[in-house]
Design a protein around this ligand. Structure first.
Ligand code: NAD
Length: 415
């Protein structure tokens, strides 16, 4: 990983500690993850060899509730990145006011070169190795980069088999509907991003309809997002993914682009658009930019180039700390990841709540409650920024740190 995500989290935590006059004891506790489990994941590959992968599950803080956070399969994953992502979950669940702590996990592997059977064996062995940390009241994983509902179902089934075989729906979220998933989970992160974009545009007096959007990433978040922004009347003028970038100032057709990606695996080569050098994506004129790929995409140099008014961070950690002052100086409003992409974990909370109730909610109920949680979170962060006269990112961290610190103080220190 070229960018030290854990240092970035510490820098933002330290800033929030100053802003909120945080108790130094609690500050020290939050600078240290509560549990870091590293495991070996031996997997029988299709050619008969045993490959040994490394996996992690990290609990950053679990004072406000069970650990919550995704599982990522990626060749560059390391313990610093997993720990940073776990801490982000502590702050994200606090901003969204969900009864969870922060966790994250993953395996360093390249799922793009693995067969389905290898992937299933990897998931099941990883699940066994990290199982002491998991459970509906301890830690509830969800999908992240390169994992999906199928991986979650394998994970849940493995934990269920270890404990007798019955369905253990409350152990993971982002599952298929047939095994206790929630309606409307798939598009929840993207819907939350649109709600934040709408609220930010309203707050600065910009109309969403007719404005232009640029999206980096066309995966589980970026793909549905292009549809939702187009349906809201925006022109999605440029999109990139790992394979390249395309641009159409008249607006890309999201369904045709999605068909193209299903056929070819990348947005590159889409015939109803011009090819674009991915490095030029940020210079395309727009009112909204949504990074929806990996971390560290917007650094100080990219921040100087951005030709937009609002950035809504769908990805986790897409903006490096050196970019923050540049964006501030240039008057670009940034809705930070721990607020902007909280729609996914909020839908996960709804799924966990339904599994524990044994009662499935209608799609409308999920959508209405998602809107209510996102609106409340956005309004609280905006008000905090106004009170402290700081950026939305600094305000979101300040709000989150205050909420976690309140819980730590209320519970007291054991023993
Ligand atoms: P995904 O694997 O489905 O899609 C990732 C997309 O990013 C793909 O289109 C890929 O081609 C693209 N990409 C990868 N490297 C790139 C590069 N160097 N340049 C341009 N594009 C690149 O993942 P996802 O679930 O859509 O997640 C995207 C981001 O959103 C991640 O940071 C993830 O942590 C975050 N996030 C996802 C969810 C969720 O519900 N899936 C929730 C919260 C946050």
């Amino acid at each position: 990983m070229s960018y030290d995500a854990w240092s970035a989290v510490l820098e933002r935590l330290d800033d929030a500690a100053k802003l909120t006059d945080l108790d130094p004891d609690i500050h020290r506790m939050l600078r240290t993850p509560r549990r870091v489990l590293e495991v070996a994941v031996p997997v029988r590959m299709d050619d008969g060899r045993v490959e040994v992968f490394t996996g992690w599950r990290v609990h950053h803080d679990t004072t406000r509730g069970p650990g919550k956070g995704g599982i990522r399969f990626h060749p560059d994953l390391d313990v610093h990145e997993v720990t940073a992502l776990a801490a982000d979950m502590t702050f994200k669940t606090a901003v969204a006011n969900l009864p969870f702590g922060g966790a994250k996990g993953g395996v360093r592997c390249d799922p793009t070169v693995m067969s389905l059977g290898e992937l299933e064996r990897l998931t099941r062995r990883y699940a066994l190795e990290v199982s002491p940390l998991l459970g509906p009241e301890r830690d509830v994983p969800a999908p992240d980069v390169n994992t999906d509902g199928r991986v979650m179902a394998w994970l849940m089934d493995t934990l269920a088999m270890m404990r007798g075989g019955e369905l253990l729906a409350g152990t993971v979220t982002g599952k298929p509907l047939s095994v206790g998933g929630t309606r409307a989970h798939a598009g929840a992160t993207s819907s939350g991003v649109v709600m934040c974009a709408r609220a930010a545009f309203a707050a600065i007096g910009l109309p969403l309809a007719g404005s232009r959007a640029v999206i980096q990433g066309f995966g589980k978040v970026g793909g549905p997002l292009a549809f939702l922004l187009s349906s809201a009347g925006m022109r999605v003028v440029a999109v990139s993914d790992i394979g390249g970038a395309v641009c159409n100032v008249g607006g890309l057709d999201p369904s045709a682009l999605s068909d193209h990606v299903s056929r070819t695996g990348t947005v590159a080569g889409f015939e109803r658009a011009d090819p674009l050098d991915p490095d030029d994506l940020w210079r395309v004129e727009s009112e909204l930019v949504v990074p929806a790929a990996l971390s560290g995409a917007i650094d100080g140099r990219v921040a100087e180039d951005l030709a937009t008014k609002v950035v809504v961070e769908a990805a986790n950690g897409p903006t490096t700390p050196d970019a923050d002052p540049v964006l501030d100086r240039r008057g670009i409003v940034v809705v930070p990841d721990i607020l902007a992409n909280a729609g996914g974990v909020t839908a996960s909370y709804f799924e966990w709540a339904q599994d524990r109730q044994g009662f499935a909610w209608e799609e409308d109920t999920v959508a209405i409650r998602l809107r209510s949680f996102m609106d409340t979170a956005f309004t609280s962060v905006w008000a905090k920024a106004d009170t402290l006269q700081v950026s939305l990112r600094r305000a979101a961290f300040a709000l989150a740190v205050e909420r976690v610190a309140d819980a730590i103080s209320a519970r007291g220190l054991f023993p």
